[in-house]
Write a protein that binds this ligand. Structure first.
Ligand code: BTN
Length: 325
């Protein structure tokens, strides 16, 4: 990735660069530049090559910068972070941090990636993670409690992300149980929470957030559900480092709040963001689909579903809205 990353640093301005100029900057010949340009394809970026002009990206990129990210943290958040890593490329930031937690080499870490080659979504789905355009971050935190005390954590993390976006002026954001960030019924991002530990604790929790900022066409084609990106939602152009830093701030402080007060501190706020409340939904679990009316969440974060006059607690599954007939 190193050479590819340097090439992308030059191309990030979105202007044309000739093969000769790039070769000179990278210390390689024009044929090697051409090869490197080919290697950008799997990164999911839209790249143009025009005879006589050279190469350029369809859109300029704001690459992640550690200093700018950290500038968004307040003093409390700064004390809650032991190590921040910003990597050009990784398979999955969640996989990376959960493995570090298991091997005992990390406990209060955050990892951002410019690109994920095997980004993980919920229910074993892939998370499309093109280079340098969206935000992919995982935050690891240790909780010295048993598994029960962690109920509702993933919903609390969703509220933390909603707070971050609302602090940047994003309105009309909704949360679709359990972990989708939705704007006007289209998916803006999602959270994946993974844990490692023993039933009695301690637990290591990794909260991973993927947020679409500006989806290149080549990547958007791979997404099989209605999606939206932040540039559409908040056309005033919010800097990528600002969004990333704000997410980190609210994830760190949100997890701290959760460790002190549990989901109770987030429940009312979650319900204000609840996309499906009072609507007819279908919940698909393993091998079954349940239809009912969504009635909010209980104190553990379970979805309450009214089915034939009875309230059922749903602990996991995929929720889809049903078309009214
Ligand atoms: C979803 O399916 O809605 C959850 C998507 C979570 C994606 C993020 S991107 C950063 C972190 N690393 C991963 O591999 N997945 C999460």
């Amino acid at each position: 990735m190193q050479r590819r990353y340097r090439l992308l640093q030059f191309l990030a301005d979105g202007r044309f660069h000739s093969g000769e100029e790039l070769g000179h900057l990278l210390g390689v010949g024009r044929a090697a530049v051409w090869k490197l340009m080919q290697s950008l394809e799997p990164l999911g970026l839209d790249v143009y090559a025009v005879r006589g002009k050279g190469y350029r990206l369809a859109e300029p990129l704001e690459l992640l910068n550690e200093e700018q990210l950290l500038a968004e943290l307040d003093p409390l958040a700064a004390t809650l972070l032991h190590q921040l890593e910003v990597v050009p490329e990784i398979d999955s930031t969640n996989r990376y941090l959960i493995e570090r937690a298991r091997s005992g080499t990390a406990s209060a870490n955050a990892c951002f990636a410019e690109y994920q080659s095997a980004g993980r979504g919920r229910q074993g789905r892939p998370w499309i993670s093109p280079f340098g355009t969206n935000v992919y971050v995982s935050v690891l935190r240790r909780f010295d409690v048993g598994a029960e005390a962690l109920q509702g954590l993933s919903l609390a993390a969703g509220v933390a992300v909603a707070r971050a976006l609302s602090s940047l002026g994003v309105s009309e954001l909704k949360l679709k149980w359990p972990n989708d960030l939705v704007w006007r019924e289209r998916k803006l991002g999602g959270l994946l929470v993974e844990t490692a530990g023993e039933p009695a604790g301690p637990w290591h929790v990794v909260v991973g957030v993927g947020l679409n900022l500006s989806l290149p066409e080549a990547s958007a084609r791979l997404i099989d559900q209605p999606w939206v990106d932040l540039k559409t939602v908040a056309p005033g152009q919010i800097g990528r480092n600002r969004v990333a830093g704000r997410l980190l701030l609210h994830l760190l402080t949100g997890l701290e709040e959760f460790s002190r007060h549990g989901f109770a501190a987030f429940r009312q706020e979650w319900e204000r963001y609840d996309l499906v409340r009072d609507r007819l939904v279908s919940v698909s679990g393993v091998g079954s689909v349940t239809h009912g009316r969504a009635c909010g969440v209980d104190h553990t974060g379970a979805l309450l579903l009214s089915v034939a006059g009875q309230i059922r607690r749903v602990l996991s599954g995929d929720v889809s809205l049903r078309v009214a007939v």
